[in-house]
Design a protein around this ligand. Sequence first.
Ligand code: EPZ
Length: 434
Amino acid sequence: MDVLRITGSQPLEGTITASGAKNACLPIFAATLLTGETCVIENAPDLSDVRFMGKLLEALGAEVERPAPNTWRITAKEIAHRAPYDLVRKMRASVCLLGPLVARMKQAEVSLPGGCVIGPRPIDLHLKGLSKLGCEVEVKNGYVFVDAKNAHGGHVFLGGRHGSTVTGTANLVMAAVMTPGITRIESAACEPEVVDLCKMLLSMGAKIDGVGSHALTIEGVERLGGTTFRVINDRIEAGSFLLAAAMTESNVRVEGAEAEHLAALLDKLEEAGLDYSIESADAIRVRGKPGSLKPVDIITLPHPGYPTDVQAQMCTLMSMTPGLSIITERIYPNRFMHVPELQRMGADIAIEGASAIIKGKSSPLSGAPVMASDLRASAALVLAGLAATGDTWVQRIYHLDRGYEKLDEKLRGLGAKVERLPDSEMPKDEDTAA
Ligand code: EPZ
């Protein structure tokens, strides 16, 4: 397995660009199952999760080609309605196959997704929504069986104890676009990635009103056509780059950073006193100065609230911002796997329930060997390494490869000292003790 060696405290300078959005691309790939015509998806990030979704579509019978690294051509002429356990269990987002299979095949058999380190990942709201469309839903032997022969439009309230559900909304919209009748979804998720999926469906001939709001109205149509669609840039990756610049001596332009998709993060960075400027519709410049910020309190919420996917990265920034910050997770209350690793680097953070109480220091963190645990926690550790003194060795970086395209290469483009090495290169304990 590979590790990243990061030699910290390097000033960062130049331009870094966010790739296509993973969390838009995955449901958009699933949506290609809704038609037998060809769909061309552009600006798809070259990530292990995206390649895996491509494999899943092929396993269902779709013809999948990659005319270029970030362009996919998918034709789902004849497909099966059963998504196998040995594939689905490897990636939670595979649950997005449910909606299109129900719409196209009027039946679906999809393995229940596993949980993951950030917490239980239930799909009760997905199944409630399908039932409201008149589907017969049964969970048996680790699979969800859906019979949609008599499906019809319905009225669904999709909110749960943690608010709206992103992939739940994606699934329900993809089921409803080819289900006869009118479907109304209240408390729908309105993340930019959900909006992007709806725009792709509209380009295929779907009838959806209220896109971008928490209330969607969908009129089912007989069939959908193929399309050529460009995935939006990844606001979470862009936000991670903004935070990397905020915690280092830097003058960095982040491209693919659409300010309207990052309003909650930018609001908090402004409150913290970060020197940044919006240079165009999708470019933001950051002039970072370590220790110059003020602490902020954050509560993660569904969009347009503060995104849970940039919570870990903000913990890193606040651990080196003098003063007391409280970061509370309302989406995944246990999403603090990055904290023990940041503590290894000298961060002073206490977890109280769903909150991280952070006593930020003016002195920088110190580099150390740390363990990645999930996608965004890994990013938080890479950022910490960039700002820390000495070397940080981030292990299990396959987590990073799921959601950040060529991260080490992009950071080197800013002058960061980041190397991807085989884990055999890691110093043995006795070396570091010396
Ligand atoms: C999507 O996951 C993203 N993944 C996650 O990004 C992101 O953190 C999350 O939305 C929240 O923004 C993809 O889009 C592939 P949810 P999703 O359904 O759809 C509860 C990353 O790092 N819930 O919006 O699975 C759930 O437990 C990943 O890129 C139910 O209770 O999240 C959670 O507490 C991590 N019942 C909350 O709702 C349900 O049926 C939000 O979950 C569904 C969800």
